[in-house]
Design a protein around this ligand. Structure first.
Ligand SMILES: *Cc1c(COP(=O)(O)O)cnc(C)c1O
Length: 400
C-alpha cells in the first residue's frame, strides 16, 4: 500500500471532514452565476426532490436500471416504470410514433451517440451484408469520431460551411453510394451551435441512390429546447426520417449529474443482434449494463413538476436572451455570430481574465479571424448576467 495514504476511519461528519466539504461547497457556489461558457443548466431546482428522497428512505437502498426497461422482469430494485414514462413523454416530441419507438435514459449524450452508431451499423450490416461508412462533419462533437474509432468504422469527415453546418457539396463528393451510409447529423454543433440541413442531406442521399442509410441525430443540447420552440419540426422523425436521436439530460433538462436520452424506432431495435442474458431473463441489445436509476427518477420528477408550458417559456427565454446578447455585441461592434434557432453566441476571444472569470470555452476558426469563445445561454443566464458580462467586455475594450 502507498505510504502516502494516512486515512484513519473517522466519524462520518467529524470536524475535518465537514470543513473540507464545506470549503469545497463554498468555493463551487461562487462559480454558479459565472458559468456561461458550457451548455449546462445551472437552475436545477432539485432541493424538494432531494428532501423527499431523504424522507422516503431510498437513500439507504441501492437501485439500478439494468437491461431493457420495457421487458426486464427479474430485478425489482429499479425505476424502469419512471424511465419508460420519460421516454413516452419525449418520443412524440421528436415526432416518433408512440407505438413504434423505444428508448432509454442513458449515462450521457455521448453514450446515446455510441448506441446510435452501434444500432446503425448493426442494422446496416444486417440489411446489406456490408460494413457502413460513417459520415460526420468536422465541427460535430468530438465523441463521434472517437466512438467511430472504437467501433472500428471507416469514417469520412465532411467539411463545414463557415457557419458550422455540414458542407453539402463536400458530402456529395465524399459519399460512396455502393456502401451503406451511417449519417451522423449534428443538431447543434459543439462550438457554433450549427444545425445540419437534414433536407439537403436527404436529397443527396436519394439523388446518389445510396444502397442503405441510417441517420442518427446528435441533439445533445438543442434536443432539449427545440421541441418546445416554434422550430420543433427540425426534430420531427416523421418529417426527416432519422432512425435515432441522442439528447443530454444535464443540459436543457437540468439534471445534476451526467444523464442522457436515447430514442430509436422499434424497427431499428428489431434489427439488432441481442445477446441472451439469463440473469436478466431477456435479450439485451444495449451496450451498458447498469444505468442510473436515480437519474430516471429525477428526470421524471422534473418533467412532472415543470410541464410543457414552462418548458416552452424556458425555450423561448434561451433563444431571446441569445438574441439579446448578440444584439448588444453588435451594438458595440464586437465581432460575434449566432446561428438560426441557436442559444450559442460565439465571438472574438476576449482576454484570459474574462475567459477565466466567466468560464468561457475557447476555440478557433481561421475563417473568422482566429481565436474565438462562446456563451451558451442556458436557463440561469439571465439578462442581468449577460449585462454584467457585457460590462466586463466593454471595460476591456475601453482600456485597450
Ligand atoms: C454536450 C454534447 C455532447 C456530449 O454529451 P454528454 O452528455 O456530455 O456526453 C455531444 N454532442 C453535442 C452536440 C454536445 O453539445
Amino acid at each position: 500500500m502507498s505510504s502516502r495514504i494516512h486515512l484513519k476511519p473517522q466519524n462520518r461528519f467529524s470536524d475535518s471532514i465537514e470543513q473540507r466539504l464545506n470549503g469545497f461547497a463554498r468555493r463551487i457556489s461562487t462559480y454558479k452565476n459565472r458559468s456561461i461558457g458550457y451548455p449546462v443548466n445551472q437552475e436545477l431546482g432539485l432541493t424538494e426532490f432531494y428532501s423527499w428522497y431523504k424522507q422516503s428512505g431510498l437513500t439507504e437502498i441501492a437501485l439500478n436500471n439494468a437491461g431493457d426497461p420495457r421487458t426486464t422482469s427479474i430485478a425489482p430494485l429499479n425505476t424502469h416504470a419512471f424511465e419508460n414514462e420519460v421516454i413516452d413523454f419525449l418520443a412524440p416530441l421528436y415526432g416518433f410514433k408512440p407505438d413504434h419507438s423505444w428508448g432509454l435514459i442513458t449515462l450521457s449524450g455521448s453514450q446515446g451517440n455510441n448506441l446510435g452508431i452501434y444500432f446503425g451499423s448493426r442494422l446496416l450490416i444486417k440489411q446489406t451484408g456490408l460494413t457502413p461508412i460513417l459520415y460526420v462533419s468536422s465541427e460535430a462533437h468530438y465523441s463521434i469520431k472517437q466512438l467511430a474509432e472504437l467501433q472500428q468504422l471507416e469514417t469520412r469527415v465532411i467539411q463545414t460551411q463557415i457557419d458550422g453546418q455540414m458542407d453539402i457539396q463536400d458530402l456529395e463528393r465524399q459519399l460512396d453510394p455502393s456502401r451503406p451510409a451511417l449519417m451522423i447529423i449534428a443538431i447543434g454543433t459543439t462550438f457554433k451551435g450549427a444545425i445540419d440541413d437534414q433536407q439537403a442531406i436527404n436529397q443527396v442521399l436519394t439523388d446518389k441512390k445510396v444502397i442503405a442509410v441510417y441517420r442518427h441525430l446528435d441533439a445533445a443540447l438543442f434536443g432539449g429546447f427545440l421541441p418546445f420552440s416554434d422550430h420543433a419540426d427540425l426534430l420531427n422523425q416523421q418529417q426527416h426520417l432519422f432512425d435515432s436521436i441522442a439528447v443530454s439530460g444535464h443540459k436543457f433538462f437540468g439534471i445534476d449529474e451526467p444523464a442522457g436520452i436515447f430514442i430509436t424506432t422499434r424497427d431499428t431495435l428489431s434489427k439488432q443482434n441481442p445477446v441472451q442474458v439469463a440473469y436478466l431473463n431477456e435479450e439485451i441489445a444495449t451496450l451498458a449494463c447498469s444505468r442510473s436509476a436515480l437519474a430516471s427518477l429525477k428526470i421524471w420528477w422534473k418533467i412532472q413538476s415543470t410541464g410543457i408550458q414552462a418548458y416552452q417559456q424556458q425555450s423561448q427565454q434561451l433563444l431571446d436572451n441569445a438574441q439579446y446578447l448578440k444584439q448588444c455585441l453588435d451594438a458595440i461592434a464586437y465581432p460575434a455570430w449566432l446561428g438560426p434557432f441557436s442559444n450559442t453566441v460565439y465571438f472574438q476571444r476576449p482576454s484570459a481574465s474574462i475567459m477565466e472569470k466567466w468560464l468561457l470555452a475557447p476555440d478557433s476558426d481561421p475563417r473568422l479571424g482566429g481565436s474565438l469563445a462562446h456563451v451558451v445561454v442556458m436557463q440561469h443566464v439571465t439578462t442581468d448576467i449577460i449585462n454584467e458580462f457585457l460590462g466586463d467586455l466593454m471595460l476591456e475594450k475601453a482600456n485597450t
